[in-house]
Design a protein around this ligand. Structure first.
Ligand SMILES: Cc1ncc(COP(=O)(O)O)c(C=O)c1O
Length: 440
């Protein structure tokens, strides 16, 4: 079948996510992935600088994960996870519990980041009810936070700017201002204090009615790789916890090394009541997610009858192939010294950002970096996710063999950890050229 015929068939029958099909360019027909490189049907190669929507960790088609999935598929591909269990799930739950701090060790499996968030919200609400406190039904979140596309996730991400079409059906959530910061930002202290002051006021009025806060620690991903300081998140956690509010860390994007540590919570220095993990959990091979809770939450669901049980489950809960992939991915962190690779990416990003900043282009600002995530903004009149400049940069990057997907006027790099310093340095040079040639 010819390339154009296949793409035509795609356009006839596939509804592409997060895309305005009427104005989008035809999709790339990808046939192969190896390491950080994707190849299309005409043998053109592209560096996957966004880890295929932030999921890939060790590179595409990593043989260790391929083998783990194949080995598991020949033994047990799927089994109902209520009344049955299996070794890959048991081993993965134990492995995650050993990686996470404190009492954070009770694992609820689901399929993707959105469902991991739904589960956390439901556990938070039902926990208080099970404890006999029916007042705590409010939820708190940050402006700009994004937690997925299902209804609870949309409600708590209601100020991300993506969900206006559903606003009448989103349950009410209370939002705090998010003190986004970047390199050389002298106003950060003031922004943080203003947000904390608003939190204090909120807790005075509504602390006793609030079930939980959900937040993306260190980096708000989808709203433009907006970063904040760990000390600010810690202060938020201390204050809400003192008011009896549960803390949910949505580490769907920040988990598994993205921010320079296995989990962002390590830099925050706080053990949340729950953490949501997905995306990189399987190294980017298969959909799988977990909501990991502190044990005391689990205990509040134990009773003689069903009423206090968590009425939540998915057909593919704890899919054995996903669990096997996740275990293989976590083994690779040890075997391939992944944190050394992560440090190399961090340093190379830093040099790339400095070089770009030194070009002194008037339309660039807000250079920022957290672990393996580097970002900067292009000053345009229509700033935000809908900014047309993002599409222009994506197209130009493709011509240079780079797969980027700017979040509107925010350009970011979030590469797989196998990307070498040499290739990443060359990438930054190419990005500099693309940006210099922009007509803004
Ligand atoms: C922080 C965060 N939470 C939740 C989600 C939703 O994850 P999924 O797309 O796997 O449902 C995302 C997706 O980008 C995310 O970045």
């Amino acid at each position: 079948m010819t390339l154009s015929f296949l793409v035509e068939k795609d356009c006839r029958h596939i509804w592409t996510p997060f895309t305005q099909a009427q104005t989008a360019s035809p999709p790339l027909l990808i046939t192969e992935g190896k390491g950080a490189v994707l190849k299309d049907a005409s043998d053109r190669e592209y560096l996957d600088l966004i880890s295929s929507w932030w999921v890939n960790l060790h590179g595409h088609a990593h043989p260790a994960i391929v083998q783990a999935i194949a080995g598991q598929a020949s033994k047990l591909e799927q089994v109902i996870f209520a009344g049955c269990t299996h070794e890959p799930a048991i081993n993965l739950a134990n492995c995650l519990a050993s990686l996470l701090p404190g009492d954070l060790g009770r694992v609820f499996f689901s399929d993707d980041g959105s469902t991991a968030v739904e589960v956390a919200l439901k556990i938070a609400l039902q926990y208080h009810r099970n404890m006999g406190d029916t007042r705590r039904t409010r939820l708190l979140a940050f402006e700009g936070g994004y937690h997925g596309d299902t209804f609870g996730a949309m409600a708590t991400g209601g100020r991300s700017g993506f969900f206006d079409a559903f606003a009448p059906k989103l349950f009410p959530v209370d939002f705090l201002p998010f003190p986004a910061t970047w390199q050389g930002d002298s106003a950060v202290e003031g922004k943080e204090q203003a947000s904390l002051a608003q939190l204090d006021l909120f807790l005075t009025d509504h602390g006793q009615e609030t079930a939980a806060i959900i937040l993306e620690p260190l980096v708000q991903g989808a709203s433009g790789m907006r970063m904040n300081r760990p000390s600010f998140i810690r202060q938020v956690c201390e204050r809400v916890k003192a008011a009896g509010v549960l803390v949910i860390f949505d580490e769907v994007m920040t988990g598994f090394g993205r921010t320079g540590t296995m989990f962002a919570l390590e830099q925050v220095g706080w053990t949340p009541d729950m953490i949501c993990l997905a995306k990189g959990l399987t190294g980017g091979f298969l959909p799988l997610a977990v909501t990991v809770c502190q044990e005391y939450l689990y205990e509040a669901f134990l009773d003689d009858g069903f009423d206090k049980a968590l009425a939540h489950g998915h057909s593919f809960t704890a899919n054995p192939l996903g669990c096997a992939a996740a275990l293989a991915s976590l083994r690779l962190f040890r075997e391939e010294d992944t944190f050394r690779q992560i440090e190399t990416i961090h340093q190379t990003h830093q040099a790339g950002l400095i070089a770009l900043e030194n070009l002194n282009l008037p339309h660039l600002d807000r250079f920022r970096l957290c672990g393996t995530i580097a970002a900067f903004d292009i000053d345009v009149a229509d700033a935000g996710y809908r900014a047309g400049i993002g599409k222009i940069i994506r197209e130009k990057a493709l011509e240079h063999g780079l797969l980027l997907r700017p979040l509107g006027n925010t350009v970011y790099l979030l590469p797989p950890y196998c990307l070498t310093a040499e290739v990443l340095r060359d990438t930054w040079n190419r990005i500099s050229r693309i940006i210099e040639e922009l007509d803004v």
